[in-house]
Write a protein of this length. Structure first.
Length: 374
């Protein structure tokens, strides 16, 4: 099971003199509309993708460093250490209807028990409902139970639910698949998911007939826009935007899968989508300014990805909003093999976030994302 470190809940970025929305700690504005399942042609093709599109990189996973890395000052800490105890990350529905990773403390147990508990946290009005942050909820139908879960040598998690699993609203079908898939594939040693109900393997979902003829992976995507180009002419990338809790007191990150023209460099395409900002996603906020430009993305032989940005608002590379920099790190990690990331801003090699972390030095994606108060 992955043991993860937290991102800071709310940085001093809210105090910067940048255009703020009236909802929470929006850095550079937000847009509001609906996120719904994609066109049926896109969905059918995404479900058939295996190992393509958004890679199952386990963005929440730790990056192992060797002695040379440590001697060179490579950092995995973009936030304070988590409190002692077992933690795992599950994907819950926020107040805007989007799925977001939320780090929870769950009872200690063996690997199977932890996996069961991570899925139990997804059950509406379930045993862990009181342990979820305010404004977040599970998407599995009330009464759903995890009867069994096994992980085979091919890193496939086989999950058996009771019949209550079938008692969902048709409109929630894809969201349920995304929540289960992204929760389990965020754990060590799991790359795919297969679903069973009461001793029978599901070949399709019971209400909307979503095909399940092959294991589900993160190529499924998450929080897809309602409209997009056909997958045959495009590739999928996943980027991390910012959102705020309903009372505006805490900021968190939300992954969104976007379609980009096929053949583009994956990291460049993903970062350009991040810079472009939310299109039609509800409650998501800009993490970049309108003046941000991506100069280059270079993958070094040492496994460190260097992202070079230009933005006149931060000419000296100091006081850059942590949300802006963390979104870059999360997005790069999601669309690569959990690469270490270092950021250049206006050519400056020291890029200090409002969380006092120097992102000019290689950092990894935080091991705990969205540690929110109850």
């Amino acid at each position: 099971m992955k043991h993860m470190k937290p991102i800071r809940g709310l940085s001093a970025a809210c105090l910067l003199a940048v255009p703020l929305t009236l909802s929470g700690c929006g850095l550079f504005g937000s847009e509001s509309a609906s996120v719904d399942p994609p066109p049926s042609e896109v969905e059918a093709q995404m479900l058939q993708v295996s190992g393509e599109g958004t890679p199952d990189t386990g963005v929440l996973g730790p990056v192992a460093l060797d002695e040379a890395d440590l001697a060179a000052g490579v950092s995995t800490d973009t936030a304070p250490a988590a409190a002692a105890g077992e933690r795992t990350t599950v994907f819950l529905e926020d107040g805007n209807g989007l799925l977001a990773p939320v780090s929870l403390s769950l009872p200690e147990g063996d690997n199977t028990a932890m996996l069961k508990d991570s899925l139990a946290a997804l059950v509406s009005k379930g045993q862990y409902a009181s342990a979820l942050p305010e404004g977040f909820k599970g998407v599995l139908p009330a009464g759903t139970e995890v009867k069994n879960i096994t992980v085979d040598k091919d890193k496939l998690a086989v999950v058996e639910f009771n019949s209550k699993f079938n008692d969902y609203e048709p409109a929630d079908e894809r969201k349920i698949l995304e929540a289960i898939t992204w929760t389990l594939t965020g754990q060590d040693g799991i790359q795919g998911v297969q679903l069973w109900v009461d001793g029978k393997k599901l070949t399709e979902m019971p209400l909307q007939d979503t095909p399940l003829d092959r294991p589900l992976t993160r190529a499924l995507g998450i929080n897809l826009p309602k409209h997009g180009p056909l997958l045959m002419n495009s590739s999928a990338v996943t980027v991390y935007f910012s959102a705020a809790t309903s009372d505006g007191t805490h900021q968190y990150y939300v992954p969104v899968t976007r379609f980009v023209p096929a053949g583009q460099d994956t990291l460049k395409a993903a970062l350009n989508e991040l810079i472009a900002g939310p299109e039609s996603e509800k409650g998501l906020e800009m993490v970049m300014t309108q003046e941000t430009v991506l100069d280059s993305v270079e993958a070094g032989q040492n496994g460190v990805v260097t992202v070079s940005l230009n933005d006149d608002m931060f000419t000296d590379g100091k006081g850059v909003p942590a949300e802006m920099l963390e979104s870059v790190v999360l997005t790069v990690a999601q669309n690569s093999d959990d690469a270490l990331v270092q950021i250049r801003m206006n050519g400056q090699k020291t890029v200090t976030g409002t969380n006092n972390v120097d992102y000019g030095q290689p950092v990894s994606a935080p091991e705990y994302v969205n540690v929110l108060p109850l």
